[in-house]
Design a protein around this ligand. Structure first.
Ligand code: NDP
Ligand code: 13P
Length: 330
């Protein structure tokens, strides 16, 4: 069956996902806020600003007209950065969409809560919802390299629709009922990728990197337990899978941001070096308040928060982490 899908946000990720859907012969409207950017995509049949080198199939119609993108769509896929998520959902609400999915990774910039909470608060009647997450760099997906993701949806029917829409020989979706676990993994791994980037930027070595990834996983697990996430989700694609990808490969913008900080760049300079969305820089603060609310110890994530808010420098972060009182591993 051919679905009509509105993809909201024509960054690297919205464009790569639109391309998978369009290559699967679905009718995709790819909305971007900037009319000049849309015009360029229409002429180039490519998103040269955010996903160069990945031709857009004819099934994708770039548009700057929000209402035209939404009207008549079977489902919506939001792929903006988290900072724009609430505003996008608010804009969507008057259209009373019945099925809303998102591929955004992060937390609510206002409350530090989960993105599904924003959809539940802002759209009435409550639509069926789904989150798509996992270890997937947009450039590789755009080039058609194999990848696998997890989808957590509020109904089996919507989950099945998303699996059907994306499934092809190079893109595999697993379903998972655990929306909290899927969202948590995608948000926290960005903060931990900043930490490993800092460590590698300072030249602290492979041992330190492995320790950060492993103890970072312990932090995700602790918070996940307090929030009711399934531990199996946290060692799945949307948890450990994405943590490994983002902490170890320089395609990650969060890791590159950390690398620049570790090499001595100021925060603004490091953001400029990356020149694209760095979710972890913002999520660090939201995660700090979420962990505090549940009284969960997350020393690595807390250090990243204090680093990106300018309270400490990388050398101080290392000292603080290493000089903590010895404790049992589990
Ligand atoms: N890139 C990746 O590999 C992956 C990204 N993700 C997640 O996807 C989300 C989007 O990231 P990505 O596409 O990479 O980001 P990009 O930096 O590539 O693009 C950001 C996009 O969001 C748009 N945008 C920025 N602010 C607003 C706003 N206030 N309202 C509407 N649109 C806005 C930008 O528009 P403009 O061009 O006009 O500035 C641009 O189209 C993030 O949460 C990220 O973590 C998830 C998996 C993989
Ligand atoms: O989420 C991603 C890969 O799964 C992309 O990571 P970055 O945002 O760090 O580039």
């Amino acid at each position: 069956m051919v679905d009509r899908i509105a993809v909201l946000g024509a960054g690297a990720w919205g464009s790569a996902l639109a391309k998978v859907l369009g290559d699967n012969q679905h009718e995709v409207r790819l909305w971007a806020r900037d009319a000049d950017h849309v015009q360029a995509m229409v002429i180039d049949r490519e998103n040269r600003r955010h996903l160069p080198g990945c031709p857009l199939p004819d099934t994708i119609e770039p548009t700057a007209d929000f209402a035209a993108a939404i009207t008549g769509s079977d489902w919506i896929l939001v792929a903006t950065p988290s900072v724009a998520f609430r505003a996008t959902i608010r804009r969507l609400a008057p259209f009373r969409p019945q099925r809303v999915a998102w591929a955004t990774k992060g937390l609510d910039a206002d409350s530090g809560g989960f993105l599904h909470g924003i959809v539940e608060q802002e759209i009435t009647p409550e639509p069926q919802i789904a989150v798509l997450s996992g270890p997937t760099f947009a450039a590789e997906v755009g080039q058609g390299l194999p990848a696998a993701m997890t989808v957590a949806a509020s109904s089996d029917d919507f989950a099945a629709q998303m699996v059907d829409a994306f499934h092809c020989e190079r893109f595999r979706l697993y379903t998972n009922p655990d929306m909290v676990g899927v969202e948590l993994g995608g948000a926290v791994k960005n903060v931990l990728a900043v930490a490993t980037g800092v460590s590698d930027g300072m030249g602290l070595g492979a041992n330190a990197r492995a320790a950060l990834v492993t103890r970072g996983m312990a932090e995700i697990t602790r918070l996940g337990a307090a929030l009711g996430a399934d531990p199996r989700t946290l060692i799945g694609l949307a948890g450990l899978g994405d943590l490994l990808l983002t902490c170890t490969d320089d395609q990650s913008r969060n890791r590159r941001f950390g690398l620049a900080l570790g090499r001595g760049a100021a925060i603004d300079e490091a953001l400029e070096v990356v020149g694209s969305t760095v979710e972890g820089a913002r999520t660090a603060a939201e995660l700090y308040s979420l962990a505090a609310r549940y009284a969960i110890e997350m020393p690595i994530c807390s250090c990243v928060y204090r680093l990106v808010s300018g309270a400490i420098d990388p050398a101080r972060a290392v000292t603080e982490l290493m000089e903590r009182t010895p404790k049992a591993e589990v």
